[in-house]
Design a protein around this ligand. Structure first.
Ligand SMILES: Nc1ncnc2c1ncn2[C@@H]1O[C@H](COP(=O)(O)OP(=O)(O)OP(=O)(O)O)[C@@H](O)[C@H]1O
Ligand SMILES: [Mg+2]
Length: 262
């Protein structure tokens, strides 16, 4: 394949096999004593300590308003922590300079509940944008987008108008856009929230396939039925604090989980 000969920038930070040995040994994400306040008297997140290893798949859960989206926003720098630190690939993301923002864009893929794709663009254009902002050459963009389309089950559908796709297909386009730069970490914020239950399982399975190739996935959802089908690590937010189970709902300590997930 032609694309394989191109030396990609920053291979040091890439997912899976392309990461260097010292990089692989470090957790991909560390939150240290993180606080986020929207009201001075009541932190939305308080003293959050979290370590995510490279290659993990974890659900982030908790009831509506618990702070799931806030937690993810602190990781992708939509919001800044008020106290504490977020380390991504060993780097404090609050201290990234403007010059380092491509590092985040390249290494973090984000998928939202409402897809956030551009309806009047083609499928190809919606995915290619993630590489165009990294100034990748067109020839390489074409081969990388084709590869991403295949991975999400939309092989050969790049020329279609996005507005004609079903909800599940639109979310696959959004997933393709997130994975096409081959990020080390994918953040998904209620990615199945707008989909029927059987499509929700399809999309969850798609994220699991992506995870199986070495990409770390944080999947925020309050969908109890989805969480209960899998044994993934569970990171729950309860009154601003993070409580965890390493192997999913079955292993949840105590009986309070039903108040935490819908
Ligand atoms: N920009 C903001 N300004 C003020 N308050 C905010 C802001 N963003 C979030 N909040 C508040 O922080 C709390 C957590 O919100 P967040 O959106 O993180 O919850 P969530 O767990 O993602 O909920 P949902 O399941 O409904 O998506 C809520 O009380 C919300 O009102
Ligand atoms: Mg949310």
């Amino acid at each position: 394949m032609q694309g394989a000969k191109v030396v990609r920038p920053f291979p040091f930070f890439r997912a899976g096999a392309r990461a260097s040995q010292p990089q692989l040994a470090k957790p991909i994400l560390v939150l240290e004593e993180v606080y986020k306040f929207f009201r001075p008297d009541q932190p939305t997140l308080r003293d959050v300590n979290l370590k995510v290893e490279r290659g993990e798949f974890a659900f982030v859960t908790g009831p509506s308003g618990a702070g799931k989206s806030t937690l993810l926003k602190l990781i992708y720098r939509e919001l800044m922590v008020d106290e504490g630190r977020v380390l991504f690939c060993g780097r404090d993301i609050a201290r990234l300079t403007d010059k380092s923002i491509p590092f985040l864009r390249r290494n973090l893929g984000i998928v939202f509940q409402e897809f956030r794709i551009i309806d009047h663009w083609t499928v190809f254009e919606n995915i290619a944008i993630a590489l165009e902002i990294l100034s990748m050459p067109q020839r390489l963009i074409r081969s990388r987008v084709a590869e991403a389309l295949e991975r999400v089950g939309l092989n050969g559908r790049g020329d279609e108008q996005t507005s004609n796709l079903s909800g599940g297909e639109k979310q696959r386009v959004a997933v393709a856009r997130a994975i096409v730069p081959e990020p080390a970490l994918i953040l998904a914020d209620e990615p199945t929230g707008n989909l029927d239950p059987h499509l929700a399982i399809d999309i969850l399975t798609l994220f699991e396939e992506i995870n199986s190739t070495g990409t770390t996935v944080l999947f925020a959802t309050h969908d109890h039925s989805l969480i209960s089908k899998r044994d993934h690590r569970l990171i729950a937010i309860d009154e601003g604090r993070v409580i965890e189970a390493q192997q999913g709902l079955k292993h949840w300590p105590g009986s309070g989980i039903h108040t935490l997930v819908g």
